[in-house]
Design a protein around this ligand. Structure first.
Ligand code: DGT
Ligand code: CA
Ligand code: CA
Ligand code: ZN
Length: 578
């Protein structure tokens, strides 16, 4: 974990524990500070060494919080936090990872039933102790019970958005080591899977010893898990990183093998067998006249590059995102692989928040950030008030009119970028959209998203929204939160064919906590003819980096540039939106 993330984590916990005690306002201030520290481009620990005034440079950090940051950096603990931990000796992180259990619930359940851990929570739910607590009922107890298993499993996998930077950092470091001749990320990280069990890194080198030594010496490592003669594993920022070192002539074979997925590898191996060939992590071998069952037996016909591995099986190279055994080997055999969309093709973003709702920055700042990365258009889509919008972060219809006027003025001022005036409306339990029709008609773009409380699988409500004449994009269609809640079990095929017929795009929300739609769903949507919109749902300029996670998720769904609205030129966007 980076130093900033560690500091932010402590402040988040502080906020949780204050909230558990029902303290007003303060938790929000701590959370805001934590967010800003996590997103701060410099090293906050270095600021802390210069004292509290330096730390106050970070937005949203005042005297009290700055003092705690300095205390934490100097001593490794925060005394007040330690006191709060003693007062409420619960595993806050684990308990709040259960859907529907927030810090306040944790506080209440500790006071009433003495629940400290996930195991306690499960036992209490099974004994009916939770429904006996005032303010809880049998339904709440059942929901909590249902959420426990999911929370347990989820805790074991890392988000792509967290693991990818770790993998890239270690790769960048290894590439500076002389003995390293080739280095690639492999495994689920190379396939851009939404969650990652561990990070796999592959190095081609004749000097494994030196490479492994450099690896375990990496200063991003927290500790070494194991180290052998050809491979080692370490823990860094909460992620396990496995490194394997292979001889350069076998690098391509190892890369193909360790990229997976297992199912893809099985399909590739079967194709080899049909051709009297053998594929494994050492190469492709002609085994027509070979009895020997040694792994390297036979006449090696490929191994140094991945390209050659596939070529030996009469296949073009298959992009890693497609390697899931969902028809990619058959498509490759017929030379019918999709021409996948690239991050560089993105021209704009259709889902951005500002401080008019729960975003962190002004409209001007968000527009400037989009222009700076070279976007040709951006849509400002703050939350509308309505069902599912807790805490009053939504913008009422009247203010939306005002905001539209302001956005139009900013758009007129800027020659370099087109700014669309939009809104993110809620899809209600009956499929209606939470903003007055005549206002929707006056906006350039409407994102309609499910936020809370949709019944059943949500398909009917989403379809109703997709048919709405003013809705342009269905935002994060399943509402999933990776590792936190599974989301609606939407019939994507049906939704997508309606969306296609009504010129409504389906979003790939690129926030690494969501990646919604996910790869499988994108594939169904694209096959049904729907257009995909890859959006950051940015709440601050730094959320820029989400774009690539969204695009690679779209690639997992076989999306080509023309399937993705954000790659279209503005002349084509306008008719799609109107
Ligand atoms: P993860 O780490 O759970 O997110 O998923 P992967 O795909 O990274 O899986 P991992 O780290 O266990 O192994 C990396 C790759 O190595 C995997 O994608 C395919 C290959 N691999 C590992 N074990 C086997 C195996 O038993 N059979 C085959 N065919 N391939 C394997
Ligand atoms: Ca892995
Ligand atoms: Ca692994
Ligand atoms: Zn949003």
């Amino acid at each position: 974990m980076s130093a900033n993330a560690a500091i932010a984590d402590r402040l988040e916990e502080f906020a949780d524990r204050l909230e558990a005690k029902d303290v007003a306002y303060k938790p929000r201030a701590y959370r805001r500070a934590a967010e800003n520290i996590a997103a701060y481009p410099g090293d906050v620990a270095t600021l802390a060494e210069d004292g509290t005034d330096a730390v106050k440079e970070v937005e949203g950090v005042g005297d009290a919080i700055a003092a705690k940051v300095v205390e934490y950096v100097e001593t490794g603990t925060i005394e007040e936090l330690e006191d709060l931990r003693k007062e409420l000796p619960v595993d806050m992180d684990a308990l709040t990872s259960v859907e529907g259990v927030g810090p306040k619930t944790v506080g209440t359940l500790y006071e009433a039933v003495g629940i400290e851990t996930l195991d306690d929570l499960e036992a209490a739910a099974e004994a009916g102790d939770i429904q006996a607590v005032s303010g809880f009922g049998a339904k709440t107890e059942q929901n909590i019970h249902d959420g426990i298993d999911f929370a347990r499993q989820a805790h074991e996998r890392q988000l792509l958005g967290e693991a990818r930077p770790q993998g890239e950092a270690v790769k960048e470091y290894l590439e500076t080591v002389d003995a390293v001749q080739a280095c690639e990320l492999a495994g689920s990280l190379r396939r851009w899977k939404a969650t990652i069990g561990d990070v796999d890194v592959l190095v081609g080198s004749d000097d494994a010893e030196t490479v492994l030594e450099a690896f375990t010496d990496w200063d991003g490592a927290d500790r070494t898990i194991e180290a052998g003669s050809q491979k080692a594993s370490l823990r860094a920022g909460g992620v396990r990183i496995d490194l394997r070192v292979v001889a350069p002539p076998e690098f391509g074979a190892a890369l193909q093998y360790f990229t997976g997925s297992k199912d893809h590898n099985v399909a590739v191996r079967n194709r080899a067998i049909e051709r009297d060939l053998k594929v494994n992590e050492y190469g492709v071998f002609d085994v027509a006249d070979v009895e020997d069952d040694d792994q390297r037996a036979g006449n090696r016909i490929a191994g140094e590059t991945e390209q050659a591995m596939y070529e030996a099986l009469d296949l073009p190279w298959i992009p890693p995102e497609l390697r899931a055994n969902r028809g990619e080997v058959e498509a490759a055999a017929q030379d019918a692989l999709p021409n996948l969309v690239e991050t560089e093709a993105v021209r704009g973003d259709f889902h951005v928040h500002t401080n008019w709702s729960d975003g962190n920055n002004s409209i001007e700042e968000m527009v400037e950030a989009a222009a700076k990365r070279g976007d040709e258009y951006v849509a400002i889509t703050d939350h509308a008030t309505g069902p599912g919008m807790v805490g009053g972060v939504g913008v009422a219809d009247e203010q939306l009119r005002e905001q539209r006027t302001e956005i139009r003025a900013i758009d007129d001022d800027r020659a370099d970028i087109t700014v669309f005036a939009g809104v993110e409306a809620n899809i209600d339990t009956d499929g209606t959209v939470s903003v007055a029709d005549e206002l929707l008609a006056d906006l350039d773009l409407v994102v309609a998203s499910p936020h809370a409380g949709l019944d059943g699988d949500g398909t009917e409500q989403l379809i109703a929204a997709a048919k709405h004449p003013h809705v342009d994009i269905i935002g994060h269609p399943t509402g999933r939160y990776l590792n936190r809640r599974p989301g609606l079990d939407v019939d994507v095929e049906r939704l997508a064919s309606v969306a296609a017929a009504h010129d409504t795009a389906l979003e790939v929300n690129a926030n690494p906590q969501r990646l919604d739609l996910g790869g499988n769903a994108v594939k169904q949507a694209v096959e049904a003819g729907a257009t995909i919109a890859v959006n950051t749902d940015a709440h601050r300029p730094a959320n820029d980096e989400y774009v690539r996670f969204g695009i690679h998720t779209a690639r997992r769904g076989w999306a080509e540039a023309e399937d993705v609205l954000n790659t279209w030129p503005i002349e084509d966007i306008r008719p799609f939106l109107s």
